[in-house]
Each structure stands twice: as structure tokens, then as C-alpha cells.
Design a protein. Structure first.
Length: 112
């Protein structure tokens, strides 16, 4: 929360995931940010629902990868500029890689 008492607000159904989200929000220390941790599903399965929330302006990432958050700090506070997600490409996918990727996406319910 970036106004009023400027508190980290939270809700959830799994204490471990709540603790992860709160801990990350405390570390980022930027207003108007929300963090969602999921277990047992892939981010792509909920991404469109989150995009439909009127208060959501931007989504920086939806990933199972470890990320780094790029933050700017001014006299007014802190804000997220972006997110570094995953590693740099190691090459170009082969036909086998393409088939495996499409199979995986179908398996998790993402049509391709």
C-alpha cells in the first residue's frame, strides 16, 4: 500500500506462500505492488483472470523461474522498473524442442 498507513497487506490460503509473498514485498519496499505465489499450478493458468482485475495496471512476470526485481528509488519512494526472469538463451530450439514445448503446453491446459 502506497498511501495511508503504508502497510504490506496480504491474504491467502497457504501460510508458506503468504510468508513468501509478504517477505518479498518487504524486501522490494515499493508501493502499489502485489505478489502472488502459487503451488500446484502454473502461472499461465491464472494470468488472464489477473489481467481482468480493473486495479491491475501491469504484470511484470508470471513465471516459475527465479527472478530479480529492478527497482528505482527517489525521494518519493521506490518503484519497480522491471523484472529479470530466467537465463539468457543458450541457442535456438530444434524441431524436437518445439514438439516437446507444444506437448508440455497442451499438458498444462494452454492451447497451442
Amino acid at each position: 500500500e502506497a498511501s495511508g498507513p503504508a502497510l504490506v497487506r496480504y491474504s491467502g490460503t497457504d501460510q508458506k506462500l503468504i510468508d513468501l509473498a509478504v517477505g518479498n514485498a518487504e524486501e522490494i519496499r515499493a508501493g502499489h505492488v502485489f505478489i502472488i505465489f502459487l503451488d500446484g499450478t502454473f502461472p499461465i493458468n491464472v494470468l488472464n483472470r489477473i489481467k481482468q482485475v480493473p486495479e491491475v495496471c501491469s504484470i511484470y512476470c508470471a513465471t516459475a523461474n527465479a527472478v530479480q526485481v529492478v527497482i528505482a528509488e527517489t525521494e518519493k519512494g521506490r518503484g519497480i522498473l522491471g523484472v529479470v526472469d530466467g537465463i539468457s538463451p543458450q541457442g535456438v530450439e530444434t524441431e524436437t524442442d518445439i514438439a516437446e514445448r507444444k506437448s508440455f503446453l497442451r499438458k498444462i491446459g494452454y492451447k497451442l
